[in-house]
Design a protein around this ligand. Structure first.
Ligand SMILES: C[S@@+](CC[C@H](N)C(=O)[O-])C[C@H]1O[C@@H](n2cnc3c(N)ncnc32)[C@H](O)[C@@H]1O
Length: 265
C-alpha cells in the first residue's frame, strides 16, 4: 500500500481544489454541483461564494491543515504512530481519527468492526468514542501489527475484554461475523479488497449503523478524472458503489485521505 501522510502537520501542497479548480474536465458523474446564481434571500447578507469558488480558494488549504491540527494527540497516540511508522503501516491522520471517535460516540457504538488494525491508531480513537462497555473487533493479516496495537491498548489501559483481535485475511473473517450485529464498521486495509469489505459491512450493520471507508480520496487522485491507475479507480468505484446503494445514506468527508461515511437505513 502506498505511503500516506503522517503526523499532525502534513507538509505538502494542499492547494488544488479538485478537477474544476485545476481546470481539468469534470466527469459526467462528478458529484460537485454546478455553481449557479445565489438563491434569492429576503435578508441582505454578505455574498457567500458558490461552492466551486470556495473550493478554489487558497484559504481552503489553510483550513484543511487547521482542521487536521484542531485536536492535539496525546502521548499514547503519538507512540502508537511511532510504532506504525516502524512497521511501515500508515495510520489515519488526526482529523480522520477525531471523526472516527465522534462517529463512534454519536452512534453509541458498542459493537465495532475494524478492517485493518495496523498499529492501533484508529482503534484507539474508536475505543475512546465507544461506550466503556463497547467491544472492538479488529482484523489484520499481520500478527506483528496486531502485537503493536495490543501494546497501544495496554498503554491506554483498555480492558482486554474490550478488544477482540482477529488475525487473518479480511475476506475470510468478515463472512463469519453476524448479520446486523454491529453498530459501526471501519474499513482501512488493502484497496483491492475494499469493494468486497464494503459489501460485507452493509450486511453486518444494524439499521442506523455507520460505515466508514478510509482513503476514499486516495492521495488526492480520486477527484482527478485523468488519474486512472488501479488503486485510484478502485477507490473511485467504491465511492460510486456506496453512493448508488439505496440501503445507505452517504457523505464524503475530505479529512485525512478522505473518509467515506454512510449510515445503514
Ligand atoms: C493502513 S493500515 C491500517 C491502519 C489503521 N487503520 C490505523 O489507522 O492505525 C492497513 C492494515 O491492513 C492490513 N491488511 C492489508 N491487507 C489485509 C487483508 N487482506 N486482510 C486483513 N488485513 C489486511 C495491513 O496489514 C495493515 O496493518
Amino acid at each position: 500500500m502506498a505511503a500516506r501522510l503522517r503526523g499532525p502537520a502534513p507538509a505538502r501542497d494542499y492547494a488544488g481544489g479538485g478537477p474544476a479548480a485545476a481546470g481539468r474536465p469534470v466527469p459526467d458523474d462528478h458529484p460537485v454541483r454546478p455553481s449557479g446564481p445565489p438563491t434569492p434571500s429576503t435578508h441582505p447578507a454578505p455574498r457567500r461564494p458558490a461552492p466551486q469558488e470556495d473550493a478554489i480558494s487558497t484559504d481552503k488549504a489553510q483550513s484543511w491543515v487547521y482542521c487536521e491540527e484542531f485536536l492535539a494527540e496525546d502521548d499514547v497516540l503519538l507512540r502508537a504512530r511511532e510504532r506504525a511508522s516502524h512497521l511501515g503501516c500508515t495510520p489515519v491522520q488526526p482529523g480522520a481519527g477525531a471523526a472516527l471517535r465522534v462517529l463512534a460516540a454519536a452512534a453509541q457504538a458498542r459493537a465495532v468492526v475494524e478492517v485493518g488494525t495496523g498499529a492501533g491508531v484508529a482503534s484507539l480513537y474508536l475505543l475512546r468514542g465507544m461506550p466503556s462497555d463497547g467491544v472492538l473487533t479488529t482484523i489484520d493479516i499481520e500478527l506483528e501489527h496486531q502485537r503493536a496495537a495490543k501494546e497501544a491498548f495496554a498503554e491506554e489501559g483498555v480492558r482486554t475484554t474490550r478488544t477482540r483481535t482477529i488475525s487473518g485475511r479480511a475476506s475470510d473473517v468478515l463472512p463469519r461475523l453476524t448479520d446486523g450485529g454491529y453498530d459501526m464498521v471501519v474499513v482501512d486495509a488493502d484497496v483491492e479488497g475494499t469493494p468486497g469489505y464494503v459489501e460485507q459491512a452493509v450486511r453486518l450493520l444494524r439499521r442506523g449503523g455507520v460505515l466508514v471507508v478510509d482513503d476514499a480520496l486516495w492521495h488526492d487522485r480520486v477527484a482527478d478524472p485523468a488519474r486512472r491507475d488501479e488503486a485510484t479507480t478502485t477507490m473511485r468505484d467504491v465511492g460510486r458503489q456506496v453512493r448508488a446503494d439505496d440501503r445507505l445514506v452517504p457523505a464524503l468527508l475530505p479529512t485525512g485521505e478522505g473518509l467515506l461515511v454512510a449510515v445503514r437505513r
